[in-house]
Design a protein around this ligand. Structure first.
Ligand code: HSE
Length: 400
């Protein structure tokens, strides 16, 4: 019998208990051993909850119980959760978590601490919610040199953007719905300003390229400036707007960013709607593979944590290898990154073309302005042309 403790009985913590209980028989059959929850740590009481008897308030009960070999950290944040994670690893207990803030901040340190204590620190649910993405990178893609990752990595923002596009819905109202559905972070600024996607692309890039991509080095732009008018232009262009996290290797240099992008309808990411996430991974010999699924929410996220629990249970006493090493990966300057840009400006086409050269003009019926898509140019070149034009209302990076 494998005994598990869950730290935090919030959305994901209660989901972990639910997944383990719902599929207990099936899991036992497949793993060859019963996996059961012995404790749930939370400061609150849960009268009437089917698992209220499992609630404890003192973390030492868990840490000092040698029967508990796996701890699921579902508290979130990097305060008490960090202290408890270290305590568990120092006691040789495996830790499984969806906590991307923790993994992005302390991943290599915690993985080393785990190795030094003969246990594992696993975080499948930290990226893409329920999508198996870290395990494929650690198993099925080991033969590949990963050259690019591009994905919709945040369920809340994808949900908001989808409803803005389909219903012309108001940003704040949709955000409230996303919170009610359990998609959003405790502080939803982390979602809408792109910080959550930033941590996820930093984690995936560290795993893919082998050294640590510091999330603080990743250029990050959120969706708060995207409007329903932008979607009117996108529609005219046969495109939509998505928040993408991306990284790639170009001639030995690595680049990473999080930003809203206009995507044409032939992009494999175009139809990824609502809370769904998708991650496109490009290998040097394999080419593209894409991973799709629920990017947030109680049970999908919990399911991915339970996948880690099962791996620990099946590999008791073993160190599970990981491609993320302790060295740092420095990122190249993004000013040389090249792409098309969609622009809204209060100028005539002739003025625009005198500065930008040939553009694809688009009229969405909005008074006093026009839209256009530039030719491919560097970020630096775009910035200087936009300044020269002097009438740019907004711009969105554009993928052809
Ligand atoms: N707030 C996150 C999201 C939760 O919306 O994607 C899953 O990491």
């Amino acid at each position: 019998m494998v005994k598990v403790a869950v730290l935090g009985y919030g959305t994901v913590g209660s989901g972990i208990v639910e997944v383990l209980k719902t599929n207990q028989e099936l899991i036992e059959k497949r793993v060859g051993e019963k996996i059961d929850v012995k404790y749930v740590l939370d400061l609150r009481e849960f009268p009437g909850d089917p698992y209220e008897d499992l609630i404890v308030h003192d973390v030492d009960v868990i840490m000092n119980d040698p029967e508990v070999s796996i701890v699921c950290e579902a508290m979130g944040g990097i305060g008490a959760a960090y202290q408890f994670t270290k305590m568990a690893l120092e006691k040789g207990k495996n830790v499984c978590t969806p906590n991307k803030a923790m993994v992005a901040e302390y991943g290599p340190k915690l993985m080393k601490l785990a190795r030094d204590n003969g246990c594992n620190y696993l975080f499948e649910a930290s990226c893409g919610g329920g999508i198996p993405i870290i395990r494929p990178l650690q198993t099925a893609l080991l033969q590949e040199k990963i050259v690019a990752i591009k994905g919709i990595l945040n369920g809340t923002t994808n949900y908001i953007l989808t409803r803005m596009e389909k219903e012309g819905a108001d940003f704040d109202a949709v955000l409230k719905d996303a919170q009610a559905l359990g998609y959003a972070e405790a502080n939803p600024e982390a979602d809408v300003e792109g910080h959550d996607a930033c941590r996820k692309i930093a984690i995936l890039s560290s795993l893919a390229y082998g050294n640590t991509v510091n999330y603080k080095d990743v250029y990050t732009e959120g969706i708060t400036k995207i409007t329903v008018e932008d979607f009117a232009y996108a529609k005219k262009l046969g495109a939509t707007i998505k928040l993408l996290g991306m990284s790639q290797e170009v001639d030995g240099n690595y680049y990473a960013m999080v930003s809203p992008f206009m995507l044409k309808n032939d992009s494999p990411l175009y139809s990824v709607n609502d809370v769904m996430n998708a991650i496109l991974v490009t290998g040097n010999t394999l080419g593209d593979t894409m991973y799709y699924g629920a990017g947030a929410g109680k049970l999908p996220t919990a399911s991915a944590v339970v996948a880690d629990v099962i791996e620990c249970a099946m590999k008791q006493g073993q160190l599970i290898p990981c491609t993320w090493n302790e060295g740092d990966l420095s990122l190249g300057q993004m000013e040389n990154d090249k792409r098309h840009f969609f622009v809204r400006a209060k100028s005539e086409l002739s003025q625009i073309e005198s500065v930008f050269g040939k553009v694809e003009a688009v009229d969405a019926g909005i008074d006093g302005e026009m839209g256009f898509v530039t030719e491919v140019m560097s970020e630096k070149e775009f910035a200087s042309k936009a300044e020269a034009l002097g009438s740019v209302v907004s711009r969105i990076r554009f993928e052809n």
